[in-house]
Design a protein around this ligand. Structure first.
Ligand code: NCD
Length: 306
């Protein structure tokens, strides 16, 4: 039985295979519509979510399966003091697969140790978010036709942004990737990722606080929200929240074939006048999230289709 806690739990070959299955799902929806008949996905969300939870649920429904779960800690027995271990033990009696989001780093890993069914990390604190990474990789692959030889800029909250951490880990295993880290000093990428991922894998990277300066060099721009909920001081959040705002005017100097990604939700870091630009991919990216999660559910339930 396999779980997905960290994106590195999957080999590069497995990721490529998942993306290929997602492409096949996009092309042949009917083939997959009843394949999870009788199976149940539990979504245990101890933290707010729109896309991740609903795309997981839509994914299972479009495979012909059912869903159960909760969308806030308050409506679960966690509010009575139940541990993640106990909740998972119990839910794995009711469901065939679990997707869990939790504010505490490591909670889905603990869950996977107590579960009798596969557990998927749907975001743990400021740590990891592997299924968003699969979504991001599918989007980049569909836009660029490849997952190698491009320059990607990560802009915004690189300290707390778990989607950034997981995507950097995933990209470190492909070739010819150049990474530009754009953030204010206070929100820089954690040093453990720089040493254990970027330096260890000889990934070329630069750090800057200026989006304007580096924008013309980028093939992919990954914008992020400043993660309000992870700040200890509201004052600090208010000071940093408007660090970067991408506007149509700023895009004048960007490449014609730039792809702009954002895991969403956006607050104000991409102005709505960018939405109509053909380089904006973030809503497409949200759609891709459903297809890649369908592929992942099939893989972890060990269901194959001819
Ligand atoms: C992200 C998350 O939850 O980490 N959202 C998502 O899953 N699409 C990004 C964010 O909340 O800023």
């Amino acid at each position: 039985m396999r779980s997905l806690i960290n994106i590195l739990d999957l080999t590069v070959e497995e990721i490529d295979e998942l993306l290929a299955v997602a492409e096949d799902i996009i092309a042949n929806r009917n083939k997959y519509s009843e394949i999870c008949h009788g199976k149940k996905l539990a979504t245990l969300f101890f933290e707010p979510s729109t896309r991740t939870r609903l795309s997981f649920e839509a994914a299972m429904m479009e495979l012909g399966g059912n869903v159960l779960g909760f969308s806030e800690a308050q409506s679960s027995s966690a509010s009575k003091g139940e541990t993640v271990a106990d909740t998972t033990r119990v839910v794995s009696c009711y469901a065939d697969i679990i997707a869990m989001r939790h504010p505490k780093e490591g909670a889905p890993l603990v869950a996977s140790m107590y579960s009798s069914v596969p557990v998927i990390n749907a975001g743990d604190g400021g740590h990891n978010h592997p299924t968003q990474t699969l979504t991001d990789l599918l989007t980049i692959k569909r836009k660029k036709g490849k997952l190698s030889d491009f320059t990607i800029g990560f802009c915004g909250d690189l300290k707390f942004g778990r989607t950034v951490h997981s995507l950097i880990q995933a990209l470190s295993r492909y070739t010819g990737i150049k990474i530009v880290l754009i953030s204010p000093d206070e929100l820089k990428l954690p040093s453990y990722i720089k040493s254990d991922v970027l330096k260890k894998n000889n990934i070329e990277y630069v750090q800057t606080d200026s989006l304007e300066k580096v924008l013309p060099d980028l093939d992919v721009l990954y914008m992020t929200r400043v993660q309000k909920e992870r700040f200890l001081s509201e004052e600090e959040y208010i000071r940093l929240r408007d660090s970067y705002i991408l506007t149509k005017a700023k895009l004048k100097n960007a490449k014609e074939d730039l792809s702009i990604l954002h895991p969403l939700p956006r607050v104000n870091e991409i102005s709505t006048d960018v939405d109509e630009d053909s380089r904006a991919c973030y809503f497409e990216q949200a759609l891709n999230g459903k297809f890649v999660r369908m592929a992942l559910i099939l893989k972890l339930l060990e269901i194959t289709v001819d």
